[in-house]
Design a protein around this ligand. Structure first.
Ligand SMILES: Cc1ncc(COP(=O)(O)O)c(C=O)c1O
Length: 365
């Protein structure tokens, strides 16, 4: 069986040492010593400042919106549901603008056209989909022209750099998910990286019920803190993350070289590094798509349609500036297995089966 995804398993001996330290100190949550260590190590590893750990990537988006006073936003229709559901749960008036057909990221031209029609939104919320950075410079120039804040949902973009600079340093805030299925995880967890220190300070208070130093209460907050046990998992996994990303990237590159010219692949940002989080193929023909998924399943290889439905269709009561590209893609994108425990032989097994199915389908039609 080749699983679609396999969570990283922390080294039990190292993890136990951290957990024993928690038991000894009796400090289980509320910004404890492991929380401090993980924050510092992540800031150093990722090349960022003002990183605030939170309980998950969904809350990270909500906390970013609350901190930056975002009440309305234009977002992408092609993402995991949480990019939108977090906004809606937060009461953010949400509208959709289309994606680029090659990169699958929010299209700056479509965004600019949308804002030219209706400039009433506070922010742009864009996902770096499947680890592929958005056109951050173009989005920045549109946002500046229309005076919008930018939040990047960077849940898939752990460790990715643009020309050597962390992708998390673009926009007013970037949100991360440390869910077990991600490249790096804390079982459940996440973070917000703020551009400004003042926003970081405000958010730190907001995720602790809005309590200021001492007993004084500030703006009403929520409990979105990450506890010490989960930080222990993060600290343990961080030791090996460089190797994990290297391996996943090699597998991703192998997929691309084997499938180039065979199926449509996501066009990667030319200045970006990779983290090998997901590999997507696009198959327009429904019969062939079904044949590939069935052939993989018959060989015990998991695959999944990502990301469907298009979020503007799922939440059709929200405003939509036209999302035809997303509608087309969501009908044909398949996510293939990719995780740290896969081998190059596994990749060849998947890609050879896809090639064989395409040949057989062509012969029989
Ligand atoms: C793009 C995207 N945004 C947000 C989330 C939500 O993160 P979490 O599961 O940590 O709440 C996820 C994933 O799970 C995601 O893939």
């Amino acid at each position: 069986m080749i699983a679609l995804n396999k969570p990283l398993r922390p080294n039990i001996t190292k993890l136990t040492t951290y957990l024993e330290s928690v038991n000894e100190s009796g400090w289980y949550t509320n910004f404890g010593p492991l929380h401090e260590q993980l924050t510092k190590r992540l800031e150093a590893y990722l090349g960022v400042k003002h990183l605030l750990l939170v309980a998950n990537g969904t809350l990270a988006i909500q906390v970013a919106c609350k901190t930056l006073n975002i009440n309305s936003a234009i977002t992408t229709p092609f993402s995991f549901v949480a990019t939108t559901s977090a906004l809606l749960w937060q009461g953010v008036n949400t509208a959709y603008s289309d994606i680029n057909p090659q990169t699958y990221n929010l299209c700056p031209t479509a965004l600019s056209n949308a804002l030219a029609q209706d400039n009433s939104y506070d922010a742009v919320v864009a996902t770096h989909i499947c680890g592929n950075p958005c056109d951050v410079h173009e989005i920045q120039s549109v946002a500046e022209q229309y005076n919008k804040k930018i939040i990047y949902d960077a849940a898939h973009t752990f460790g990715v750099k643009l020309n050597g600079e962390s992708i998390l340093n673009f926009g007013d805030a970037s949100t991360l998910s440390f869910h077990a299925t991600k490249v790096f995880h804390t079982v459940e967890g996440g973070a917000v990286v703020f551009k400004n220190k003042a926003d970081y300070e405000k958010a730190k208070q907001l995720i602790n019920f809005g309590i200021k130093d001492g007993d004084e209460l500030g703006e009403p907050g929520i409990n979105a803190k990450l506890n010490e046990y989960q930080c222990a998992v993060g600290l343990t996994l961080l030791d090996d993350i460089e190797q994990v990303i290297k391996h996943r990237t090699a597998l991703f590159n192998l997929y691309c070289s084997e499938l180039k010219g065979v199926v449509k692949l996501q066009q990667w940002h030319s200045e970006a590094s990779l983290n090998g989080i997901y590999v997507l193929i696009y198959i327009a023909d429904e019969y062939l798509q079904h044949s590939i998924i069935t052939a993989l399943a018959t060989e015990n290889i998991q695959s999944r349609r990502y990301f469907t439905p298009s979020l503007d269709i799922a939440y059709s009561e929200q405003k939509n500036f036209g999302c035809n590209v997303s509608h087309t893609l969501t009908k044909g994108v398949i996510c293939l297995p990719l995780h740290a425990y896969m081998t190059t032989e596994d990749v060849f097994q998947v890609t050879n089966l896809i090639k064989k199915t395409i040949q057989l389908t062509a012969v029989s039609s």
